[in-house]
Design a protein around this ligand. Structure first.
Ligand code: AMP
Ligand code: ZN
Length: 114
């Protein structure tokens, strides 16, 4: 997708600090971390938001969540816990319209979030 910063990161046209990648997704450090550990898990296939997800994205969506759990495990956060977030559209606080999963860890999170 033209003019999508996450597509540009995936293609290597923009730099990122990658922590994981496979055939379905790429995970990299958030440029403005909201926790000591904050990565974004981004599908290689562009779709704008969870609101735009279709039946065909089912496997990808599951893969993103399992990848979040795997990264959290690998980084040593499983036991203490972590927060997984998908901001969706304007009221949900989404600013980049290429669906992504936030994985935040390394501090205590309150609920409900702001
Ligand atoms: P959201 O507000 O849920 O759409 O999240 C977008 C996230 O992308 C924000 O947390 C930004 O800090 C992050 N972000 C924006 N540009 C970059 C970039 N070039 N590299 C890494 N993270 C980015
Ligand atoms: Zn994109």
């Amino acid at each position: 997708m033209k003019n999508c910063i996450f597509c540009k990161i995936i293609s290597g046209d923009l730099p990122s600090s990658k922590v994981f990648e496979d055939e379905t997704c790429v995970a990299f450090k958030d440029i403005h971390p909201q926790a000591p550990f904050h990565v974004l898990i981004v599908p290689r296939e562009h779709f704008d938001s969870l609101d735009k997800a279709e039946e065909k994205h089912k496997e990808t969506l599951g893969h993103l969540l399992l990848t979040a759990a795997e990264i959290a495990r690998r980084e040593g956060f499983s036991q203490k816990g972590y927060r997984v977030v998908i901001n969706t559209n304007a009221d949900g606080g989404q600013t980049v319209f290429h669906l992504h999963v936030h994985l935040l860890a390394g501090r205590i999170f309150v609920f409900p979030p702001g």
